[in-house]
Ligand binder design. Structure first.
Ligand code: GLN
Length: 342
């Protein structure tokens, strides 16, 4: 190609790209009908998908009825679009992790997360001890177990009761509702927590835990045992979509300028060793939990939450992932542009 034409093309390319992006959003339909339709379609399409297995390393999770399924969109102005078993309460598990990271950003700063926990995806399973050995310094990130236990230990509190109170209250504030611990889940998980206890002790030994190891483990396990329904998760996500202010209660939960850092960690590490696959196919910052819940954030617009107990090998809910991917693609809201996954 003639060099002048090449130069001209190079100059015009950014403008063309901008036009495509603008056009993309201009034709996007975020009407109430379109959002409800996307939720209904995702629900119908994956309702009968039986792939995956309930988590069973926490014994009680194996008993949750496997066919439960719910899908919810919560918008930044507080509207809800729902399908399925939206009232069912399940344990929040790792979906809690970014919200405790947000609490540390509030109390201290995003920088403290980078310095004292790390923001690097491990590329390894959520409970990996190998990751701790490999990345000795900036060991992990707040979304794997090690980093999440470290995050609990980093919360500034005078004692265990206050540590729990701050963490619990923070998650309630994001959800805009009162949330109780599921006692059976806590008992089951805390009495079988030797792997996480090992992680807490390794961190403590490496000066990467900032409170008593057993206290940190116990409060972390309580955090993971909080009962939520799919609507709660959606509102938690919508609070992030709304720049840190809960759209239902109006309570500010995170400074608007800290939201991008939190979403960046969710985008790179929210699905552990499946984080790349997730961003490739769904294009949204999100967080999963072994209870079967997932919440994804469309910044500035809305959140999509889904719940289904059966998990894949990485510990991520099969149908919840499928439903959110479907909605992301149907509404064209991937953060890098519309994803064509189906
Ligand atoms: N509480 C669970 C654990 O520590 C959380 C794991 C998860 O949801 N991925 O193993």
């Amino acid at each position: 190609m003639d060099i002048h034409i090449k130069r001209l093309a190079a100059k015009l390319a950014p403008a063309c790209l901008a036009l495509i992006v603008v056009a993309n959003y201009a034709i996007a339909d975020f009407s109430d009908e379109a959002l409800q339709r996307a939720v209904d379609e995702a629900y119908a399409e994956f309702k009968d998908d039986q792939r995956g297995e309930n988590a069973d390393y926490i014994p009680i999770l194996a008993e949750v009825p496997s066919d439960l399924f719910a899908v919810v969109i919560a918008t930044r102005d507080g509207k809800l679009f729902t399908a399925g078993d939206i009232e069912y309460r399940f344990s929040i598990q790792s979906v809690s992790k970014p919200f405790t990271a947000a609490l540390i950003m509030n109390q201290q700063s995003p920088e403290v997360i980078r310095e004292k926990i790390g923001v690097e995806p491990t590329g390894m399973p959520f409970n990996s001890k190998l990751a701790l050995a490999v990345y000795e310094q900036r060991s992990v990130n707040p979304l794997v177990n090690a980093g999440a236990i470290a995050a609990v230990s980093l919360v500034e509190a005078n004692d265990e009761a206050q540590r729990w109170e701050l963490i619990h209250r923070n998650i309630e504030g994001f959800a805009g509702s009162e949330l109780a611990i599921l006692d059976e889940v806590f008992e089951s998980e805390y009495s079988s927590a030797s792997s996480n206890r090992g992680i807490a002790n390794i961190l403590f030994n490496d000066n990467r835990l900032y409170a008593d190891p057993e206290e940190s483990l116990r409060v972390y396990t309580m955090q993971c045992s909080i009962g939520v329904n799919t609507r709660d998760l959606a509102v938690m996500g919508a609070t992030l979509a709304n720049g840190g202010e809960n759209p239902i209660t109006g309570e500010r939960m995170l400074a608007a300028e800290d939201v991008p850092e939190l979403l960046a960690i969710m985008a790179t590490a929210g699905f552990y060793d499946e984080s790349g696959e997730w961003m490739f196919s769904a294009g949204l910052p999100a967080k999963t939990g072994v209870g079967g819940g997932i919440v994804a954030v469309v910044p500035g617009k809305f959140a999509i939450a889904a719940f289904a107990p059966r998990l894949d090998e990485a510990g991520n809910s099969v149908r919840a992932m499928e439903a959110i991917r479907h909605i992301s693609s149907a509404l064209g809201v991937g953060v890098f542009g519309a994803n064509s996954y189906d």
